[in-house]
Design a protein around this ligand. Structure first.
Ligand code: FAQ
Length: 307
């Protein structure tokens, strides 16, 4: 009982819970679920853009894209390491991912059809990730909060590279401008879905906010993202495919239309355009990497023996 009171005191005081502190089972489980899902998203998220590394239009664009995709691998690693501080086994989490038993972000189940998608992912997808993750820098679990600080710094570079790529394309030919608009049309609604279901359908938000794992609801962050993105679209010279998008002076926010939640749940359930391909690619990469893991473990065991 004292332990529980101490946990509640630390959370209420906005201090951090650390790995060796007592925590309720539900808190631990929720963190492992959310952080693992986040880690899987970073790792699966390497695929849509990775698809364009070999076809980047210049050496500069290729170097930038390579660095970005490598950063995503790094984010996955920090996050898997954070789950390990909670007692999760990383190999088990990967098994769950490749067997389709653990989720990753819906956004990475859409295809990247043109090079403009690389810019739009940087701008809109990393933009949504930042909007969602900046508050997580103040999440109540210490290792997750600290990982998020570094991740957010890198995501902000990712977002700028995307926006800069799009600004360049928008000052090019009409065909390039059309490519950007077409990519924005495809990615806008899926990027709104990244924030999760509407609050009324979000099973975890209430408890996660009480534990201060989440600091805002899904709808609050989605609104913040729309408000942030509209002026950026204006500056870029593109529009969002939403006839209901309009400034509401009374609310001091943009009104916007309802994402297609049927599509969202289908993608979450594994029926999106690229789910099967993404998971299969990950499964194969994991299998192909077995010899590396074996060699690394053998080397570690040898060093331990020698010490
Ligand atoms: N996709 O009750 P809630 C990135 C699930 S990283 C799939 O509202 P919660 C970087 C949810 O898990 C992007 N599933 O859930 C990058 C739950 O199912 P469960 C990832 C979703 O956890 C950029 C159920 O629906 N970011 O982009 C989604 O309170 C570019 C009910 O939902 C993070 O993971 C979805 N969109 O709130 C990389 C951030 N939304 O588990 C490469 C951390 C919901 O009960 C290139 N995560 N579900 O069976 C979070 O902030 C939260 O987990 C939310 C969902 C907001 C995603």
């Amino acid at each position: 009982m004292d332990l529980e009171r101490e946990f509640e005191r630390v959370v209420a005081a906005d201090h951090r819970i650390e790995p060796r502190d007592w925590m309720p089972d539900g808190y631990r489980k929720t963190l492992i679920r959310q952080i693992a899902q986040h880690a899987h998203s970073e790792i699966i998220g390497m695929q849509p853009e990775g698809n364009w590394i070999s076809r980047a239009p210049s050496l500069r664009r290729k170097a930038i894209l390579l660095a970005k995709v490598q950063d995503e691998a790094g984010h996955g690693l920090y996050l898997y390491a954070a789950t390990e501080t909670l007692g999760a086994d990383r190999a088990e989490l990967t098994e769950k991912l490749v067997e389709g038993r653990q989720k990753y972000s819906s956004i990475f189940n859409y295809p990247t059809l043109t090079f403009a998608d690389v810019g739009v992912i940087g701008w809109l997808v990393d933009g949504a990730a930042i909007c969602n993750q900046v508050p997580l820098c103040r999440t109540s679990y210490g290792p997750y909060a600290r990982a998020m600080i570094r991740v957010c710094k890198e995501e902000s570079f990712h977002q700028r590279q995307g926006y800069e790529l799009l600004l360049t394309m928008m000052s090019g030919t009409q065909q390039q401008r059309d490519m950007v608009q077409e990519a924005v049309d495809r990615w806008w609604w899926p990027s709104l879905m990244m924030f999760g279901p509407p609050d009324a359908e979000s099973s975890n938000t209430e408890q996660s906010m009480l534990w201060r794992i989440k600091r805002h609801t899904n709808d609050e962050l989605r609104q913040r993202y729309v408000d942030m993105s509209v002026p950026q679209a204006d500056k870029l010279g593109v529009t969002f495919p939403d006839p209901e998008l309009a400034w509401n002076a009374d609310r001091g926010h943009y009104d916007f239309g309802e994402p297609d939640w049927t599509e969202f749940w289908q993608v979450v359930k594994g029926e999106g355009p690229c789910n099967a391909q993404r998971v299969e690619h990950r499964r194969k990469a994991h299998e192909d990497g077995a010899w590396v893991r074996e060699a690394a473990t053998a080397y570690a065991a040898k060093r331990e023996k020698a010490a």
